[in-house]
Write a protein that binds this ligand. Structure first.
Ligand SMILES: Nc1ncnc2c1ncn2[C@@H]1O[C@H](COP(=O)(O)OP(=O)(O)OP(=O)(O)O)[C@@H](O)[C@H]1O
Ligand SMILES: [Mg+2]
Length: 340
C-alpha cells in the first residue's frame, strides 16, 4: 500500500518541535515527501544539524507514523535549513486580490522607507507575469552579476537607493512575453529567491502579483513569511478581492499572519490646497474594510500625481521628496518595524 500524503501530513502535524512551540508542518521543517509501497521518506530541516536533540524529534515522528501506518519503512533524512534566505530576518509579502491597487508602489516605498531607517532591505519582484520593479527603479537594462560556489551558481542582487533587488525583468528582455505554464511559474519564483545571494537582511519585501493563485500559494507554503500587508483602494468593489486575499493568508496550511491593511489612493489633496482632502473613491471605506476583517489599518496613502510620475520615471517617490505621501509611507515603515 502506498500511504496517502494527506494522512502523512496529518500525522506529522501532531509532532511538535518544542523549542519553537509548534508542529513540524507549520514550522515548514518537512520537505520533499516521497511515498512508495510501504515506505515514507522525507527530509526534516533543522537550523543546527549537529544538535543532539534532533534525533529525539526524528524518533518521535517515526513512532507516530508507525502507530498510524503499521509495519512500514520510515526514512527521515536530517538536513540543514540553510539556504539563500537563512540570513533574512523577516520576509513581508505585499499583496492584494486585486490588480492595479498599488501593491508595487507600496512595496517599493515600504522598502525605501525601511532602508531610510537604517535597515538592510531586499525587494523581490514576485510578479513574474508583469514585473514593475525595474521600471519603478529605473534599472530595466541592469543585469545581475553571478558567481559559482561549490558547483552552484548564485546571482548577486542589484542595489539602488539602499535596497537590494531582483526581478524577472532584470533577467529577460523587456519586450519578451512572459508566459509560464503550471509549475514553471513557481520554479521561476523559487529561483529568484533561492539562487540569489541575498546575504544578511533585516527585511525582504515581496511585491506580489495580483490574485490568489500559484505564486501566492508557492510563497506562502514554501517560505517562512513573517507577515503580509494587504493593499486596497477605497472602492467597495475592491473589497471582495481583498477579503479573498485575507482568507488565503488565514487558510489552514498557509497560515501567514496579516500585519494589516493599507488603503491606497485614500483621498486626493491638490498641491496648491494642502488643507483640502477630496474622498474621490469613498470616505472611511478603508477603515470599514479593516474593521470587517478585524485587521489594523496601517496607512492611508493619498492620490498624488507625483507618485505615478515618480514610478514611471524610475526614481521612487519616498527617496527624496517630502510630502503627505512620503510621511504616510515612512509611518508605514515604522509600524512594520514596531510590529516585527
Ligand atoms: N497613491 C498614488 N497616487 C497616484 N498614483 C498612484 C498611487 N498609487 C499607485 N499609483 C499608480 O497607479 C498605477 C498602479 O499602481 P501599481 O503598479 O503600484 O499597482 P499594482 O497593484 O502593483 O498593479 P498590478 O496588479 O498590475 O501589479 C501605477 O501607474 C502607479 O504609478
Ligand atoms: Mg504590481
Amino acid at each position: 500500500m502506498i500511504p496517502s500524503k494527506l494522512k502523512v501530513v496529518e500525522v506529522l502535524k501532531e509532532v511538535v518541535y518544542f523549542p519553537k512551540g509548534d508542529n513540524i508542518i507549520n514550522l515548514k521543517m518537512v520537505d520533499d515527501i516521497q511515498l512508495e509501497e510501504n515506505l515514507i521518506r522525507f527530509r526534516l530541516l533543522f537550523e543546527k544539524l549537529e544538535d543532539e536533540k534532533n534525533q529525539i524529534l526524528i524518533d518521535t515522528a517515526t513512532q507516530m507514523l508507525k502507530a498510524e501506518f503499521g509495519d512500514i519503512e520510515i526514512d527521515i533524512i536530517a538536513a540543514s535549513q540553510e539556504n539563500s534566505l537563512s540570513k533574512v530576518k523577516h520576509i513581508i509579502a505585499v499583496a492584494s486580490g486585486k490588480g492595479g491597487v498599488g501593491k508595487s508602489t507600496v512595496a517599493v516605498n515600504l522598502a525605501i522607507g525601511l532602508a531610510l531607517q537604517g535597515m538592510r532591505v531586499g525587494l523581490l519582484d514576485a510578479d513574474i507575469y508583469g514585473p514593475s520593479i525595474p521600471v519603478m527603479f529605473g534599472n530595466e537594462e541592469t543585469r545581475p552579476l553571478a558567481y559559482e560556489n561549490e558547483g552552484k551558481s548564485y546571482m548577486i542582487p542589484i542595489e539602488k537607493y539602499g535596497v537590494k533587488m531582483l526581478s524577472i525583468g532584470h533577467l529577460v528582455d523587456k519586450d519578451m512575453p512572459l508566459i509560464w505554464r503550471g509549475p514553471m511559474a513557481s520554479n521561476a519564483l523559487s529561483q529568484l529567491l533561492l539562487d540569489t545571494d541575498w546575504g544578511e537582511l533585516d527585511y525582504m519585501v515581496i511585491d506580489m502579483p495580483p490574485g490568489t493563485g500559484d505564486i501566492q500559494l508557492c510563497l506562502a507554503q514554501n517560505f517562512k513569511l513573517s507577515g503580509s500587508i494587504i493593499v486596497t483602494t477605497p472602492q467597495k468593489v475592491a473589497f471582495a478581492d481583498v477579503r479573498r486575499a485575507a482568507n488565503m493568508f488565514r487558510h489552514e496550511g498557509v497560515n501567514v499572519p496579516i500585519l494589516g491593511l493599507v488603503e491606497n489612493m485614500a483621498y486626493f489633496t491638490p498641491s496648491d490646497m494642502p488643507e483640502k482632502k477630496y474622498y474621490i473613491f469613498g470616505k472611511n471605506t478603508g477603515k470599514a474594510f479593516a474593521e470587517e476583517l478585524d485587521l489594523p489599518l496601517l496607512a492611508q496613502i493619498p492620490i498624488d500625481e507625483n507618485v505615478s510620475e515618480a514610478n514611471d520615471s524610475g526614481t521612487p517617490f519616498s527617496h527624496n521628496k517630502f510630502s503627505p505621501v512620503t510621511a504616510a509611507f515612512r509611518s508605514l515603515a515604522n509600524k512594520v518595524i514596531e510590529m516585527l
